[in-house]
Design a protein around this ligand. Structure first.
Ligand code: PLP
Length: 406
């Protein structure tokens, strides 16, 4: 384990030097999106400056160079999550599109009316609504694993929810509201004992915890580049090759076909079958750069530092009178949702913003979770490895100032 030098690391992120209302920016909205290091920003510039060309079909030099960069990025992603083959890495627009892809193709291939998909009560809307669309299209039914007062999933309920009609379990690795790190290995083992495949939403985990898809034995895993210090507009669907092979395409268009006639069209092989249209080759190369950046810091080192910072944040915020923290699992990642007395989360967010502190407020795209907590919304501070204890002190002082105003 190596201790991270946070002050040096902060120099890599130009935006962290910004001032907001003449105050140093304290960026604590990392669960929504992360800031980008110079290396990622430069990669985007370099791609458009030196190698821009449409990929795969071109015979000319630049097209081949751009193709090589895109396919090398796929290999980088493969290595980052330890997939068996780069055929198992599909570039999507993000987590949301990846889940929509699986929901649409999987239900088309395997589900009949009355079949069931299990999700949890702490899912982001992007792991609820795509399945609800399939309730309308394919006639499937959603079943929901509840959570307890600490924000831990009630795993004993999972066995009760599984039936002969269960076709897939789709759960988040880490809750974007509670911060709970779900016991996904256990969920996968339970599901596999019933021959049920599992999709892991790693949108909030891939940037905090080392992930090895072979060791986890998950069937699908999805994440967004912008939450792991990469660009917006690109993300990843990992799927076991034998499963992806059997799924029908999600979108039709260029690149995903083998041949097209008006009589019969055949589809390309993996991974291209699921990448219709011009791929985001600039995004993929910049994402690969972000993964290299994170790998160089070391995810184990990142986790150790973020755990320390989370511990400090919880300790400091709990000292504030009237503080309520949502999500107190013993296995928690660096997301702290809170409310103080009856101060509206929106007022809290607006007033902290005036102090240069960026947090998120509202339902965090998890309205069923809010309903289960009995609140309309929360304030949420979410941490990254470039945050410091001094910034947490600024947050604490800011919250105390807001409390005094009410
Ligand atoms: N899943 C979880 C747990 C999330 O936190 C988010 C975004 O906050 C998403 C899915 C959706 O990610 P995106 O909007 O990048 O597709």
């Amino acid at each position: 384990m190596k201790k991270l030098d946070i002050n040096t690391i902060r120099q890599d992120f130009p935006i962290l030097k910004r001032e907001i209302y003449n105050k140093p920016l304290v960026y604590l909205d990392n669960a929504a999106t992360t800031q980008k290091p110079w290396s990622v920003i430069k990669k985007i510039e370099e791609a458009y400056t030196n190698i821009n060309a449409n990929i795969h079909r071109g015979v000319h030099f630049l097209s081949q160079e751009a193709t090589n960069a895109h396919e090398a990025a796929r290999k980088t992603v493969q290595q980052f999550i330890n997939a068996r083959s780069s055929n198992e890495i599909i570039f999507t627009r993000g987590t949301t599109e990846a889940i929509n892809l699986v929901a649409s193709s999987f239900c088309r291939a395997y589900c009949k009316p009355g079949d069931e998909i299990i999700v949890s009560a702490m899912e982001h809307h992007s792991n609820i609504v795509p399945w609800q669309l399939q309730e309308e299209i394919s006639g499937i039914k959603l079943k929901v694993i509840p959570f307890d007062e600490n924000g831990d999933l009630k795993l004993n309920e999972l066995e009760k929810l599984i039936s002969s009609k269960t076709k897939l379990i789709s759960v988040t690795h880490i809750s974007n509201v509670l911060g709970t790190i779900n016991p996904i290995k256990k969920i996968i083992e339970t599901a596999h004992a019933h021959n049920i495949p599992v999709l892991i939403d790693a949108a909030q985990s891939v940037q905090h915890i080392p992930i090895d898809v072979q060791q986890l034995d998950c069937d699908f895993l999805v994440f967004s580049s912008h939450k792991i210090y990469g660009p917006t507009g690109i993300g990843v669907l990992y799927g076991k090759e034998n499963l992806l092979d059997k799924l029908p395409p999600y979108q039709g268009g260029g690149e995903m076909i083998a041949s097209v006639t008006f009589e019969k069209t055949t589809y390309n092989e993996l991974p291209f079958k699921f990448e219709a249209g011009t791929p985001d080759y600039v995004g993929s190369t910049a994402l690969a750069e972000a993964l290299r950046y994170v790998t160089a810091l070391g995810l184990d080192n990142i986790k150790a530092y973020e755990d320390e910072l989370l511990h400090y944040t919880m300790e400091q915020l709990m000292q504030i009178e009237g503080m309520r923290i949502f999500g107190t699992s013993s296995n928690k990642s660096s997301v702290v949702s809170f409310s103080v007395k009856d101060i509206h989360h929106y007022d809290m967010g607006m007033l902290l913003d005036r102090l240069g502190i960026a947090i998120r407020t509202g339902h965090h795209c998890a309205q069923p979770l809010m309903k289960a907590l009995g609140v309309e919304g929360t304030a949420r501070a979410s941490l990254a490895f470039y945050n410091t204890k001094e910034e947490i002190d600024v947050l604490k002082a800011g919250i105390e100032r807001v409390v005094k105003m009410f």
